[in-house]
Design a protein around this ligand. Structure first.
Ligand code: SF4
Length: 354
């Protein structure tokens, strides 16, 4: 896992895994079993302030409050006019900013987690890609987002039911920390979420797809394909080293190793990748895979290349896939008024600050 970034007040408690917490507790001359109590406070109750962990002795609470800072509150939160989507801009200990989105869509509450500050992948239609990679997030920084979103759900007597790694960053380019976050999310003594309710969304990092299948076979995989042809894909998703063939061969293995079905994400850009010919070639490429295609009409944002396709073109693309036996849906969009595509809130803030 990544070491916590240098921060003026040291790492907060979420930066420690269970063994790390035990070592911290022992260094404070307290019994190691207290670590599990702290773990439950953090991940089951969402209590991030050690001074408020009521089942700990007062002396330990005082020591912990001195040893580890409480993570900062979000700098800014927004809620869409229809109430369905909330978005938070969270400051990290070293001043980096990340964002987290909660989407309420009965009966689901889904949090969209960021896995990196910025992103190196440079997808042309993505505001986060414009920023470049700033750094990897630690497992604790990823969990901070999930805990915050669950708090929002609980405040309205709802339940956080799903987690998607679909925010800022490429999760499989930060494998160790994402894998540790998945372990905490699914730990019965931790966040206690079923792996079936977690989705990792990648632009296609073949070694990461194979590791995910081996380490977390019940976690869902979504692969952003966006183009059926190598040349067009290179233009839209300029990821070095991974061809469509490499990615599809890793997906084939993922199918085999997990027995599950993969989702292909496909952002539709008007006049670029949205013709029936593209749909036909896509169906041919993924033939034989257990797969489903999720079509996402582009949500245009400042500085990002591409236009939104017409509704007609979107439905025609979907029909062309279905005619060839490929299950395909069109993503229902929520919260467009608060710019729900990844990276946009931070991008807005950076622009207005600059
Ligand atoms: S779409 Fe995802 S992988 Fe591509 S640049 Fe944006 S954050 Fe990175």
């Amino acid at each position: 896992m990544t070491e916590p970034p240098e921060t003026p007040n040291g790492p907060d408690l979420l930066h420690f895994d269970l063994d790390g917490l035990r070592a911290l507790i022992e260094s404070l001359d307290q019994p190691a079993y207290r670590a599990k109590q702290i773990w439950r406070q953090l991940y089951q109750r969402g209590q991030l302030d050690a001074s408020q962990m009521s089942d700990l002795p007062a002396e330990l609470r005082r020591q912990l409050a001195e040893a580890a800072p409480v993570p900062a509150e979000p700098l800014e939160t927004q809620r869409s006019e229809d109430g369905s989507t909330s978005k938070a801009l969270i400051p990290l200990g070293d001043g980096e900013l990340i964002e987290t989105v909660l989407i309420r869509s009965a009966p689901r509450d889904t949090v969209c987690l960021s896995s990196q500050a910025g992103c190196a992948m440079g997808c042309v239609f993505c505001a986060t890609g414009l920023q470049g990679l700033r750094r990897q997030l630690t497992a604790g920084e990823i969990m901070r987002q999930a805990i915050l979103a669950r708090e929002w759900s609980r405040e309205e007597d709802r339940e956080l039911t799903h987690v998607v790694f679909m925010g800022m960053g490429e999760p499989l380019a930060n494998y160790a920390n994402v894998s540790e976050a998945i372990a905490r999310l699914t730990d019965p003594d931790g966040f206690a979420l079923s792996p079936r309710r977690i989705t990792v969304s990648t632009v296609g990092v073949p070694p990461g797809i194979r590791r995910l299948a081996a380490d977390h076979p019940r976690v869902n995989l979504a692969v952003s394909l966006h183009a059926p042809d190598p040349q067009l894909r290179r233009e839209l998703v300029p990821v070095p080293g991974a061809s469509i063939d490499d990615i599809l061969s890793a997906v084939r293995e993922h199918n085999r190793m997990t027995g599950g079905r993969v989702t292909f994400e496909y952002v539709l850009l008007r006049g670029v990748n949205d013709s029936r010919g593209h749909a036909r070639r896509l169906a041919e490429r993924i033939a034989g895979l257990r797969a489903h295609v999720n079509l996402i009409p582009l949500n245009p944002s400042p500085g990002v290349v591409g236009d939104r396709p017409s509704r007609r073109a979107t439905l025609s693309f979907q029909q062309a896939l279905q005619d060839r036996g490929v299950p395909a849906t069109v993503r229902v969009e929520q919260g467009r008024d608060i710019a729900a595509a990844c990276g946009q809130l931070r991008g807005d803030r950076v622009r207005s600050a600059g």
